[in-house]
Design a protein around this ligand. Structure first.
Ligand SMILES: Nc1nc2c(ncn2[C@@H]2O[C@H](COP(=O)(O)OP(=O)(O)OP(=O)(O)O)[C@@H](O)[C@H]2O)c(=O)[nH]1
Ligand SMILES: [Mg+2]
Length: 299
């Protein structure tokens, strides 16, 4: 039998559930998920082998109207993945009424370049009124760029197998691009930084998480199988540093405990995690915080 293989970009407005879907498709946690918008900053591959097919899913940052330099790099990265992919899935949060501006912008750009994509309405578990779902599907399909429409719940899993099968049927014939047992291209160091950033997003509020970058400074493995990971939490202001530390160091301790627990599960070994807060006013103007993530550093 002939083999099929291809890249499948999952794109959509911030918070649509793209990272949740990637994790669901692969069956493990590769991408961080929070209730906040703009959680994902860089692409993450999730590689799945099914029968003779290798599906290479690409989680992307949410597409919106960016203002900051980092945001512009994130949105550029998302479009680059969509442009390069064999198949594109546009994910739309079905709980939202009508078509939100970000999704409208995405549809307009897809139209402009003449790209046909698959549509997945997500979070259907949270929509009581099923007639509204059908209405939304109708309004969207009238745009004329969707090859088909799926109703899914990335969180609960409903509809995801059907979506996956439909994607597999679209992949071009060709050799597999990754070894059979490879699940992602993200290094453990970057994954570890993401897990800590997830806790920053979950435990800190308002604008603060958006001004934070995590760097894995060192990674030391011991004979007993444990690993010592040292990370910097980089923030833009002294005032933020105080909040991240919390009273008597309580907040950073809680971030560290939760991240250590998550990392222990993911790496399946004992983890010692050291976190240090560093103030670096203009980290967003430093390529060091873009290039390791595959983000293009541009004005
Ligand atoms: N009820 C429900 N919630 C969902 C579903 N999928 C995702 N969510 C929630 O939606 C929120 C955003 O999910 P993410 O997967 O981080 O969304 P994203 O599109 O990757 O977001 P960005 O990375 O910020 O662009 C989280 O709180 C998820 O738990 C779903 O199928 N049903
Ligand atoms: Mg995401």
């Amino acid at each position: 039998m002939s083999r099929h293989c291809g890249f499948v970009a999952i794109i959509g407005a911030p918070n649509a559930g793209k990272s949740t879907l990637l994790n669901r498709l692969v069956g493990t946690k590769l991408a961080i998920v929070t209730q906040k918008e703009q959680t994902t900053r860089s692409r993450t591959l999730g590689i799945v082998v099914e029968d003779d097919n290798q599906l290479i899913f690409v989680d992307t940052p949410g597409i919106f109207r960016p203002r900051r330099r980092l945001d512009r790099a994130m949105v550029r990265a998302a479009w680059r993945e969509a442009d390069d992919a064999d198949v594109v899935v546009l994910l739309v949060d079905a709980r939202r009424k009508g078509i939100p501006d970000e999704t409208r912008d995405i549809i307009e750009r897809l139209k402009k370049v003449g790209r046909k994509v698959m549509l997945a309405l997500n979070k259907v578990d949270a929509v009581e009124d099923k007639a509204r779902l059908l209405e939304l599907a109708d309004v969207l399909s009238a745009e004329g760029i969707f090859t088909e429409t799926f109703m899914i719940s990335a969180e609960k899993g409903s509809g995801v197998d059907d979506l996956k099968a439909a994607i597999a049927a679209k992949l071009p014939e060709g050799p597999w691009l990754y070894p059979e047992d490879q699940m992602t291209d993200v290094s453990q160091r970057l994954l570890a930084a993401e897990i800590t950033r997830e806790q920053v997003f979950l435990q800190l509020h308002q604008e603060l998480p958006y001004s934070v970058s995590i760097v894995t400074d060192s990674w030391e493995e011991f004979e007993d199988g444990s690993v010592k990971i040292s990370q910097g939490i980089i923030t833009e202001r002294e005032g933020h540093k105080a909040i991240i530390l919390g009273k008597g160091g309580r907040t950073i301790k809680s971030i560290g405990q939760r991240a250590r627990y998550e990392l222990g599960k993911l790496l399946d070994r004992r983890v010692h995690l050291m976190l240090h807060v560093r103030v670096k006013e203009n980290w967003q103007d430093d390529p060091e915080h873009y290039e390791p993530w595959g983000l293009e550093f541009k004005v």
